[in-house]
Design a protein around this ligand. Structure first.
Ligand code: MRU
Length: 353
């Protein structure tokens, strides 16, 4: 696969070591975390050193290699170990489909080969992890290509959370649309939701857009409604963590609210996501597991308490936007339009990879 340029990459793999840009420290510091075994990778995904569905998938692929790298034994035992490690990594975060996609794809690849030499099987695991990584870059580029055709000069587009280079292998999904528009010379601007509780919008999307010199304005989540009413928003593009077969889409908590607002104000609402985010086993949004995270993410801000002690907290990391509120799903194979049950079927071959 050709080497495509990306604005920056949140991860790279070299000499049996996975290097992850610690996204918890951004935008103030650029610190790299080194992972040399699958435990470290599991921990990095769980604690959100790396986050964003496609980036988690790519990370898990390398994590699987690190989990079997030192294994000794025959092919049968190797395959058992591989499945055990795949399940282990998949348990790190439940909602992003791309994670399961990556580890399942590698297991399938190994099971389908008749290779009995374990050293060569290990090499295949690494090779497939690298393929997933490279493909993710190409996919993002194509999402950008198709998504950039949906907007015009002067548009102001709102995004929620971070679906950028940091959440993928370097070019993004929702932000790929912006990068592609900039490359085409279209002048436009972006409204960035800060995205409570972990501020992926303020810390990460703002950092990316500033670095790429894309005109952008940061707002608190509760400011979108009044800006939409004032006619200041022409469209919304967000990423996705898992998409059901009817188009219902799980993404960062608050996305559903943005979609309801956009619908009320007659503003087009788009999801940008690779085929690796679709879940063939989820018929509707009801089949998507929603991760709940620690109470401290809501009761504290950067370690400082902002709520009374012992306050009861509800902290789902994602919500599901029903398909009726989505104008289109921008994928690497083009923009899927409603009815999604039909348009998603058209890309089924891609989903079976
Ligand atoms: O909890 P996070 O930061 O991993 O959540 C990320 C999101 O919800 C993104 O919007 C989604 O993964 C799409 S990333 C291209």
């Amino acid at each position: 696969m050709q080497n495509l340029k990306v604005p920056f990459s949140p991860l790279h793999f070299q000499n049996d070591t996975l290097y992850l840009l610690d996204q918890r420290k951004l935008p103030l510091r650029e610190v790299w975390v080194r992972c040399r075994d699958s435990r470290a990778v599991w921990q990095a995904i769980r604690t959100m050193v790396v986050r964003g569905a496609p980036a988690i998938g790519v990370t898990a692929g390398y994590g699987l290699y690190l989990g079997i790298r030192t294994f000794q034994g025959n092919r049968r035992a190797f395959c058992r170990k591989l499945v055990e490690q795949a399940k282990y990594l998949d348990s790190s975060r439940p909602t992003a489909r791309n994670l399961a996609y990556a580890v399942e794809r590698i297991v399938k690849k190994v099971n389908a080969s008749e290779e009995s030499n374990v050293l060569r099987l290990k090499r295949r695991v690494l090779e497939e992890a690298r393929n997933i990584h490279q493909e993710d870059i190409l996919i993002s580029r194509n999402i950008g290509k198709y998504g950039s055709r949906l907007f015009k000069k002067g548009d102001c587009i709102l995004t929620h959370c971070n679906a950028g280079g940091l959440a993928t292998s370097g070019y993004g999904t929702a932000l790929a649309v912006f990068y592609a528009m900039k490359e085409k010379g279209i002048s436009f601007s972006v409204l960035v939701d800060e995205t409570r509780p972990l501020l992926q919008g303020a810390r990460l999307t703002a950092w990316e857009l500033q670095k790429s010199k894309i005109p952008s304005t940061l707002i608190c989540d509760n400011m979108a409604a009044s800006l939409m009413r004032a006619g200041k928003v022409n469209g919304v593009v967000v990423g996705a963590d898992r998409i059901a077969m009817n188009g219902d889409t799980a993404n960062k908590i608050g996305t559903y609210g943005v979609a309801v607002l956009a619908h009320h104000h007659g503003i087009p609402f788009y999801i940008a996501a690779p085929s690796t985010t679709f879940d063939l086993n989820a018929k509707t949004g009801k089949d998507i597991p929603i991760e709940e995270r620690a109470a401290e993410e809501v009761t504290e801000l950067f370690g400082a308490r902002t709520a009374p002690r012992n306050m009861k907290v509800y902290n789902p990391a994602f919500d599901v936007t029903p398909h009726e509120l989505i104008h289109g799903i921008i994928t690497e194979a083009g923009v899927l339009l409603p009815p999604f049950t039909r348009s998603i079927k058209k890309i089924k071959q891609l989903l079976l990879k």
